[in-house]
Design a protein around this ligand. Sequence first.
Ligand SMILES: [Zn+2]
Ligand SMILES: [Zn+2]
Length: 339
Amino acid sequence: MRVARLYDFGDIRIEERARPRLGPGDILVRTSACGICSGDIMPWYLRRKAPLVPGHEPVGVVEEIGAAVRDFRPGDRVYVHHHAPCFECPACRRGAYVHCRTWRGTKLDPGGMAEFFRVSARNQRDTLKLPQSVRDADGVLIEPAACVVKSLKRSGLCSGDTVLVIGLGIMGMMHVRIARNLGAGMIIGADLFAERAKRARDLGADLGLVVKDGNLAELVREATDGAMADVVIVGPGTPEAIHSGIACAAGGATVVQFTSTPPATSLEIDPHDLYFREVSLVPSYSCGPDDTRTALGLVEGGVINARELVTHSFALERINEAFAAAQLPEALKVVITFD
Ligand SMILES: [Zn+2]
Ligand SMILES: [Zn+2]
């Protein structure tokens, strides 16, 4: 089978390798499509894992099952999450699935950017059968949408809240869509690019602000008559963006750090300010099996859909072009398709 193997940023090679061999509890999935994640294009994140077969937003069709598999059969269309928890440990019991050791230890073999991948019995606990109405390109949106479901859950969003979304790439746009679906009040999108701010309005934001010279807090003050935002989603993984998010927060607000900074980044905060304004800074990393199920519902309901959110698709051979396209300001989700 053909796989894409990433050696470095901009150096992804198509290689031939044997299909994974199945144990009795495993299933083999023939990949139909796989999304390129925003994390896949962060050089610091990739370099510490390279060489690897990237891709954790796959959908496909079950090709073969091990002798002990009961829940899936060949021909099932599935979305597979690359991490699945044990459902039994203390972290799982409190719903903090990403802190489950099993969750951290599970993965796809070899990854979603391959013609076939093996799904272990453990990973099958977060493998969802896709209804006919969910097309392949919609299905690749389940994992990123699940990360947004989790982020908004951690934000404590209440109906009528003013929501500020900083960074209007695919993840920012999904925050706009899902926050609207959850009953947010005013939704403000902010980005450095005017086209992205405009597209956020097309996708349901009330306002699209174009940020210049760190003037975001000023713009948000104007837009909210001084009230500022009850929920702030910080997309870019930089201390500057997090600072700017805190500056835009209303009293009692939650600021969600949605993206990791590179390792060993320091962030200067003023605990006096956070204390008296009671602003919470809450990180949100990846998502759990409860979030993927909610996300599938949002995809089925059309809140999240490929028609609006997938801007590019490429065949596997053109994966280097696809990764380059994913970095363009006009790109939302970029998808690799398999024949
Ligand atoms: Zn992802
Ligand atoms: Zn667990």
